[in-house]
Ligand binder design. Sequence first.
Ligand SMILES: Cc1cc2nc3c(=O)[nH]c(=O)nc-3n(C[C@H](O)[C@H](O)[C@H](O)COP(=O)(O)OP(=O)(O)OC[C@H]3O[C@@H](n4cnc5c(N)ncnc54)[C@H](O)[C@@H]3O)c2cc1C
Length: 478
Amino acid sequence: MTRPTRAIVLGGGWAGMLTAHVLTRHMESVTVVERDVLPDGPRHRKGQPQARHVHILWSSGARIVEDLLPGTGDRLLAAGARSIGFHSDLVTLTASGWQYRFPATQFAVMCTRPLLDWVVREPILAAGRIELRERTEAVELVGDRTRVTGVRVREVPGGEPELLEADLVVDATGRASRLGPWLSALGLPAVPEDVVDAGIAYATRLYQAPEGATTGFPAVNVAADHLTKQPGRFGVVYPVEDGRWMVTLSCTRGADLPTREEDFASFAQRLRHPIVSDLIGVAEPLGPVFGSHAGANRRLYPERMAEWPEGLLITGDSLAAFNPIYGHGMSAAARGAAALDQELRRAGIGSAGTRRIQRALSEVVDDPWIMAGLKDIAYVNCRNLSKDPRLTGPDTAERLKFSDFISNKSIRSPQVCEIVTSVLSLDAPQTAMGSTRFLSLLMKDTSHPDLAEPPFRPGELELVGLTSPSPAGRGVLD
Ligand SMILES: Cc1cc2nc3c(=O)[nH]c(=O)nc-3n(C[C@H](O)[C@H](O)[C@H](O)COP(=O)(O)OP(=O)(O)OC[C@H]3O[C@@H](n4cnc5c(N)ncnc54)[C@H](O)[C@@H]3O)c2cc1C
């Protein structure tokens, strides 16, 4: 077997850039093919419409990025991103009630998505080890059912098709991936697929936060209660750079999502608590409302194919995309980049190597997949088109009940919360919630009583010009 030398990554988004960066450690040349022109600053672009909406980067993903690109965390903070401690810096109403603000054990980076992408992309490209083909789209894979040998691309708009030969092609073109038709043109059957679609829709608007909110004011989240069997309504007010709040309102199928500016505030008033609406009331809108309907959980299982062409990998949203409410997409993609690095360090590509590596990439999406799938099937009107026995089998109802029981404990018990948060942040595997230690913690009744009001610290609401609705400080335990 000749030593692989040329890798081509299709898509220069989050997964594509991290993957290309990892590949520069193992391949002689790496090319990224990207349909857009990638901005040289934190700016929006057409190929990433989701970037208008709230994006959090969980600590697990942030740590991987830091490992791959040392200094990223500091550069994000210097550019105005906030590191929000879970749960010390978050006021959140869960389906089970208000979450106590226990001392943080995990964190999430909060800033706009264009800033995140730019801060990560810049040093990757500046290292000069990647050839970037912008304004170029991948149109088909080249090869046969046993091996992919390259990709046909063309400049947009209207360029002539051009063949780029490669030893390894990685599809990182995101939710819009054309992998199905590309494989079919090579004579391969459809890749097995699972879909769980709760009909998630997002509406997002940026606000100038009151001056006092720029540091120290917590992130705020009001979630739906799936147990009511009504369509879910959610709202978050998350801090982003330049003293702004990003307000995202979202819903499951059947609730009317606001698409017009005049309906935005009234939707917020209909959430389970008025705090999001109150915060919108003291902030100044900075632009229009953006909508998104890209919220279904969709997962491919390339590892289950009887035949898989050598020289082809899938990663990022092309492989598995999740309901964005759980904030898992970017961390899952970062875990994929880390898994790729580990596999290439361990054994290189080698004989039948692509299949082995793809299995490793597929493994790391299983936890976010099952977490999101299980939560989403609890919503009324969810379309469960999955064949995953964990989501369709006889014990699914029991799993749902257990998940609700855990959530209920987690908001009021610091020890339970620590483990649940490590799983939710993808820092620990799902199996951590099946350990003997965890199960015995669940059974102990060390939990705090219900919180009647949002657990703001004394003086926090005053920072943004609101008055405390109740004796302030309850539920803040750090
Ligand atoms: C509304 C919303 C909110 C979200 N919130 C969060 C969150 O809070 N936290 C989180 O972790 N994740 C979140 N996600 C998920 C996150 O956006 C994705 O997981 C992440 O962007 C995946 O990266 P990717 O590189 O696979 O895809 P993308 O970042 O979408 O990149 C795909 C790239 O491929 C390019 N491309 C597409 N087709 C072609 C082609 N044929 N040829 C060349 N280039 C092509 C596109 O231009 C784009 O640059 C959210 C998603 C949505 C929809």
